[in-house]
Design a protein around this ligand. Structure first.
Ligand SMILES: O=C[C@H](O)[C@H](O)[C@H](O)COP(=O)(O)O
Length: 225
């Protein structure tokens, strides 16, 4: 199976957890896109859903598909959020933010009762960090944070787009760092979040309840132990 076929398979399995009248969080990225299309079909078939998007791109696609979208502050709690990931390990720790949506995604995950991650099988790793960890920082502090992270040996690289600094939906910058040699991810997360100007990191350490992986022979559903 191609990675995209696996993504779609996982997405179609995940939407089975969506029930009528639920508030649903919609993730961002190429895997989430399959899920949003499937949610669009549920809505077209008559399911009454209220959805909260994790990015402007997701909001646009959802609206095109006729999905009812509300802002996070219009609801109390999200019943289920389905999102992709750049990497995950057996402890259900994730790296997210390859598409720059980590901040709103993390806010959605934190405000959700049941978080489902959907992924192709290549996203499963023994140790997080082959994928560089995205860190969202405010533009005012970006240069100084880059210098600090360099002294910490995290090999920071400012994300660019078309020759200009990349800007997130919240108008911040992204610095991608190398965490492959980091053993204590919780400590790293705390350390990064203490730096003035760091808004959020793409480490999702304890929000995920279920991971669905697309695989030859059928999706694998992993429950958090
Ligand atoms: O910022 C983007 C999100 O965290 C995505 O969910 C993540 O990058 C995975 O994206 P994709 O499904 O395209 O591999």
């Amino acid at each position: 199976m191609t990675a995209d076929q696996e993504k779609k398979q996982a997405a179609l399995e995940a939407v089975k957890y969506i029930k009528d009248t639920m508030v649903v969080g919609l993730g961002t990225g190429s895997t989430a896109k399959h899920m949003i299309e499937a949610v669009g079909k549920l809505v077209a078939d008559g399911m009454n859903l209220t959805c909260v998007p994790s990015s402007e791109a997701t909001e646009k696609l959802a609206k095109e598909l006729g999905i009812k979208i509300v802002a996070l502050d219009a609801i109390d709690k999200i019943d289920v959020t389905i999102d992709g990931a750049d990497e995950f390990d057996e402890k259900f720790q994730l790296i997210k933010g390859g598409g720059g949506a980590l901040l709103r995604e993390k806010i959605l995950a934190w405000n959700t009762k049941f978080n489902i991650i959907i992924a192709d099988s290549r996203k499963e790793v023994q140790k997080l960090g082959a994928f560089k960890l995205p860190v969202e920082v405010i533009p005012f502090a970006t240069k100084q944070i880059l210098a600090y992270l360099e002294t910490e040996g995290l090999q920071p690289v400012q994300r660019m787009r078309g020759g200009d600094p990349y800007r997130t939906d919240e108008n911040n910058n992204i610095i991608d760092i190398d965490i492959f040699r980091t053993e204590d991810l919780q400590a790293l997360e705390s350390k990064l979040l203490k730096i003035p100007g760091v808004v959020e990191t793409g480490l999702f350490l304890d929000t995920t309840s279920l991971i669905i992986v697309g695989k030859e022979g059928g999706p694998e559903v992993k429950e958090r132990r």
